[in-house]
Design a protein around this ligand. Structure first.
Ligand SMILES: Nc1ncnc2c1ncn2[C@@H]1O[C@H](COP(=O)(O)OP(=O)(O)OP(=O)(O)O)[C@@H](O)[C@H]1O
Ligand SMILES: [Mg+2]
Length: 244
């Protein structure tokens, strides 16, 4: 499904990714951990096309997408949830979802708001909003939502857009404990739909509950790629996180 091979990436003179390789099958759930600055977010930027590697490749379903621009990767099913919130803050909750559904259907934005397609899309958008209990806030500006609600909206928007691979960068960062449970439930739902999930998280317990496999990044390299149980037991992890 997703094949990442020997990614090398520089920002300025600094080598940020230093030969990252791994693969994910459809429906895989992979956790990504590693110290601050180890290149996790940069790896996601590379997978979604915001930065380009100088060596190595990314392919999706056998197609080489290493140099494919971000919007085309999104159309191919790479969905991204940002470490800082990536929703359209100036738009309402409903508009955030309508835009995703319209792009997916290739419809021009509210050109004919009274058309059947437009009404269908609005109805679908409301269903997606209801999935994350935001149907009571359809006309609220998304930037006014709580951190947890923004996160839920961002994930459900990727679902609405038809994402197959979910790149979730610290999905529970800045989210209250109660909302954390809701974000967790939504991620489970995404996984039961058979989507591939890559989740960056610092909380190893959270990683363990959502991932069958864990990659540990350190200084731009994958230093462990194993089951959560084995990663937990591995001394290398303690070493890089706590300096032993
Ligand atoms: N736009 C940029 N300009 C300069 N340096 C950058 C830029 N983006 C990332 N870096 C550097 O690249 C390295 C990796 O950053 P990255 O954000 O990928 O780490 P991370 O593993 O996601 O860290 P965190 O756990 O803190 O989110 C860091 O040293 C960072 O300073
Ligand atoms: Mg990061």
């Amino acid at each position: 499904m997703l094949e990442v091979s020997d990614l090398h990436l520089k920002i300025g003179d600094a080598l940020i990714l230093n030969g990252v390789s791994f693969s994910a099958q459809a429906g895989d759930s992979i956790g990504i951990i590693g110290p601050n600055g180890s290149g996790k977010t940069t790896l996601f930027n590379c997978l979604s096309g915001f930065v380009l590697p100088f060596q190595g490749s990314v392919s999706l379903r056998g197609e080489n997408i290493t140099h494919t621009p971000p919007y085309l990767r999104a159309e191919l099913g790479v969905g991204r949830v940002f470490q800082s919130f990536g929703i359209f803050r100036e738009m309402t909750v409903l508009e955030n979802l309508v835009v995703a559904l319209e792009s997916r259907a290739g419809v021009l934005r509210t050109f004919f708001p009274w058309s059947t397609t437009s009404r269908m899309i609005r109805a679908q958008a409301k269903e997606f909003a209801a999935q994350v209990k935001l149907d009571g806030k359809l006309s609220q500006r998304a930037g006014m939502l709580s951190g947890g609600q923004m996160r839920l909206l961002e994930i459900v928007r990727a679902l609405a857009f038809g994402a197959e691979v979910f790149l979730l960068d610290e999905p529970t960062a800045g989210v209250s404990p109660k909302m954390k449970d809701e974000v967790a439930a939504l991620i489970s739902h995404v996984q039961t739909l058979g989507k591939t999930t890559l989740i960056i998280e610092h909380d190893i317990n959270f990683v363990q509950s959502f991932s069958k496999r864990v990659l540990v990044l350190d200084q731009g390299r994958v230093i462990l790629d194993d089951s959560p149980e084995n990663v937990r037991k591995n001394d290398l992890l303690r070493e890089i996180y706590f300096g032993k």
